[in-house]
Design a protein around this ligand. Sequence first.
Ligand code: DX5
Ligand code: ZN
Length: 232
Amino acid sequence: MRNHPIIINPSLLACDFLRLEKSVKEAVAAGVPMLHADVMDGVYVPNISFGFDIIKKTVGVAGVPVDVHMMTVAPWEYIDRLSDAGAYSVTIHSDVGDVCSRRGALAHIRNLGMRSAVALKPGYPASDIRDVIDLCDMVLVMTVEPGFGGQKFMDGMLPKVEEVRRIADSVDPKISVQVDGGINEDNISLAASAGADNFVVGTSFFGAENKKDKYGKLLGAAENGASREARD
Ligand code: DX5
Ligand code: ZN
């Protein structure tokens, strides 16, 4: 039976990089159960963020699992180093390499004891997860074009969240569904009603003066949305 805890997952991309340790500790003190780390290589997406050393140092002070979102070409090149850095989960995109390399990467992530996930950019349909879903613990539905924080949530992605949830349930109800991009207090319940349980929140969380209060509001709104889904 599916019974996912709601996870609010702040994206470090929106934190104060000059005070990374302070930002991580503030987020964890607010109660969040996970942190999201966006690795961008400037090729797969037109932006460069950070790499293994930052992830390792974050893991060292976080005390909560660190979820790594790989926006790079050839993510399979980096899986051992992400494991060494202490990543909890690794997400690769559905449009990198061929199906063989994606399946190999997801299996390797799992073999190293990490959780595996595949991500869909806005232009890619839910059905694109079918050739790898048996190797996934989570599916990420992007609700903005990847590459930058602070963009507007695309509500046109909600039917895709529903479809991904249906496909995942038919394979293994334990598979988690994550949304990432433009999530805030106003739209998080819509994503939860559509079937998401893991919510990456960058700007809305780190931009808040009172992070504990923001976490509570995001969690409450997501729980409301999820209970609407359960009733439908
Ligand atoms: C975008 C990243 C997101 C981003 C989310 O490519 O994958 O994780 O940091 O930030 P907000 O919530 O500001 O859209
Ligand atoms: Zn991300």
